[in-house]
Design a protein around this ligand. Structure first.
Ligand SMILES: N=c1c2ncn([C@@H]3O[C@H](COP(=O)(O)OP(=O)(O)OP(=O)(O)O)[C@@H](O)[C@H]3O)c2ncn1[C@@H]1O[C@H](COP(=O)(O)O)[C@@H](O)[C@H]1O
Length: 109
């Protein structure tokens, strides 16, 4: 499924949110608001960490999918397009993470 991208999922999420379908998890998350959606994002992040630390590779795949889906839902509720995050990541290319951190907090690299 290399053809499926986060941009595709972002589009599906927008469509499902607009649908208001009571059987749509996305529509339900939108209806419950940012606090609930962000809480779900946090839970999925913790479950991803637990899989990683437990060396559970299948769990890591599944929890990562949950995490990315809920992350995109939170971005959509906040009306932040995925492209803005990708632009920021692109802006950071060419600079190492250590150098970037040092630039933010001199003396603590
Ligand atoms: N990728 C996802 C996706 N990943 C996770 N989820 C839902 O997120 C919910 C997670 O809730 P929970 O953590 O409570 O569920 P759980 O982990 O199974 O249960 P516990 O941890 O509580 O034991 C579940 O209902 C999952 O089905 C998703 N729901 C939707 N999508 C995508 O969004 C599309 C539209 O979905 P609907 O909006 O539901 O039509 C789908 O076709 C998918 O492409």
């Amino acid at each position: 499924m290399a053809d499926f991208s986060l941009a595709d999922l972002e589009r599906i999420i927008r469509e499902r949110a607009r649908s208001g379908d009571p059987d749509s998890w996305t529509a339900r998350l939108f209806a419950s608001g940012m606090e609930k959606a962000a809480k779900k994002l946090g839970e999925e992040a913790v479950e991803t960490v637990i899989s990683a630390v437990g060396r559970d590779r299948d769990g890591l795949v599944s929890e990562s999918a949950d995490l990315l889906y809920h992350w995109l839902v939170v971005l959509a509720i906040a009306e932040v397009p995925l492209s803005r995050v990708l632009d920021e990541l692109e802006r950071r290319t060419g600079q190492s993470g250590v150098a970037e951190k040092a630039a933010r907090s001199p003396g603590r690299a």
